[in-house]
Design a protein around this ligand. Structure first.
Ligand code: HEM
Length: 132
């Protein structure tokens, strides 16, 4: 098997660098959100203390990207759409979320092909959450 084929089999979780990598992406996302005035409406929807949310996003990413599912198991299961259904996500806040995530992927240097793939999935999810 060539090394290119081996590469193809890596999960997004592995490509990001495992547990530390998904945590870096989750942290970068909330760092970007907290730093930018452009994300004010999105930030206002969140609790003041983002520590548990950082933990949750990293745990969700792990399972969703093909890594360990411990966080989802610890929640007794998790549906990303149901969790957001009562949050009143709008096209504006969904746009802020996507923009912040793009900045975060850039910040932690997610490889371009993976970033494009994740972006497409984030876009579908965000639009659905905003009822678009
Ligand atoms: C579309 C725009 C989105 C908005 C406005 C939004 C907003 C929120 C808010 C307000 C919370 C609660 C956190 C807190 O109170 O601190 C949250 C939690 C969370 N969000 Fe989103 N979100 C969006 C999209 C997404 C997407 C696309 C994903 C995953 C790909 C995601 C993953 C999560 C996770 C894993 C949690 C933590 C759940 C928990 O603590 O049980 N969100 N989101």
């Amino acid at each position: 098997m060539s090394s290119a084929e081996t590469q193809d089999r890596l999960s997004p979780y592995q490509m990001l660098g495992g547990a530390a990598g998904v945590r870096r992406l989750a942290d970068a996302f909330y760092d970007v959100m907290e730093a930018g005035p452009a994300y004010g409406a999105l930030r206002a929807m969140h609790q003041d203390d983002l520590a548990p949310t950082r933990e949750a996003l990293a745990g969700f990413f792990s399972a969703w990207m093909g890594g360990p599912r411990d966080w989802i198991t610890s929640q007794g299961g998790f549906c990303i759409m149901s969790r957001h259904a009562t949050m009143g996500v709008t096209p504006q806040t969904a746009g802020q979320w996507l923009h912040a995530m793009r900045q975060a992927m850039d910040k932690v240097a997610v490889p371009a092909a993976l970033a494009a793939e994740l972006d497409a999935a984030f876009t579908r999810l965000s639009r659905a959450m905003a009822g678009e």
